[in-house]
Write a protein that binds this ligand. Sequence first.
Ligand SMILES: Nc1ncnc2c1ncn2[C@@H]1O[C@H](COP(=O)(O)OP(=O)(O)OP(=O)(O)O)[C@@H](O)[C@H]1O
Length: 254
Amino acid sequence: MSKKPYKLEARNLNAYYGGFHALKDINIAMEEKAVTAFIGPSGCGKSTFLRTLNRMNDYIDGFRVEGDILLDGRDIYNKDIRVDELRKEVGMVFQKPNPFPKTVFENVVYGLKIQGIKDKKVLAEAAESSLRKTALWEEVKDKMDKSALALSGGQQQRLCIARALAISPSVVLMDEPTSALDPISTAKIEELIYELKNDYTIVIVTHNMQQAGRVSDQTAFFYMGELVEYAKTKTMFTSPKHERTQNYITGRFG
Ligand SMILES: Nc1ncnc2c1ncn2[C@@H]1O[C@H](COP(=O)(O)OP(=O)(O)OP(=O)(O)O)[C@@H](O)[C@H]1O
């Protein structure tokens, strides 16, 4: 089988919060239309790294990076990159569902409206298409003008994923997207992630080892700001190379 091309690459990436060295010489290449999971104990830099992939950390005072992050071969920290364009390409879903206090419809089309799209038919079609992709359409099609805050937590999270997909990203970053959800909603999101990788490159931070095992193709294990091991998920879970990885995945720490 031919290898998928790399969508995202970090080369000699170091990141700092002021004087604190949070990411240490990270080198990793993530495949296109695949799911890459980041695992590791609390505070090891998973979220920091995820957030460097769409420059979400730019907002933090004193944060800086050295090295390169390449999206389709282009360095996203290059001066000529427009951050708003980058974020259209690299969408993000957070730990807690964070719908806006607006209707279901307004939530899904939010990004499109910001882009200046006003045509009602275009917006309605985009909303339906995104909600179908997150398997939410049948559940909300009669509630499009109701508040998104009235949906269940799991539905809200699928709505947030639909909102991210509506602006047609090619990469979706997910920071512990199920940690606030019940097991049934979690299972639905996991199924969804599995489906979405047909069309999107997905990077997910998870504390749940079983989840990494179920949804990801590749897994990266981080420890104290370093990328200790990166391998096919099956390989990592059956025969990790490093003792630290072994100890973590068998629950001896973390
Ligand atoms: N805004 C910030 N300012 C200063 N230090 C920070 C900031 N955000 C994170 N850090 C530090 O950077 C390190 C990595 O944090 P990060 O949130 O990336 O870890 P994580 O592996 O995602 O943790 P968790 O699993 O608990 O979410 C930690 O030591 C953390 O305290």
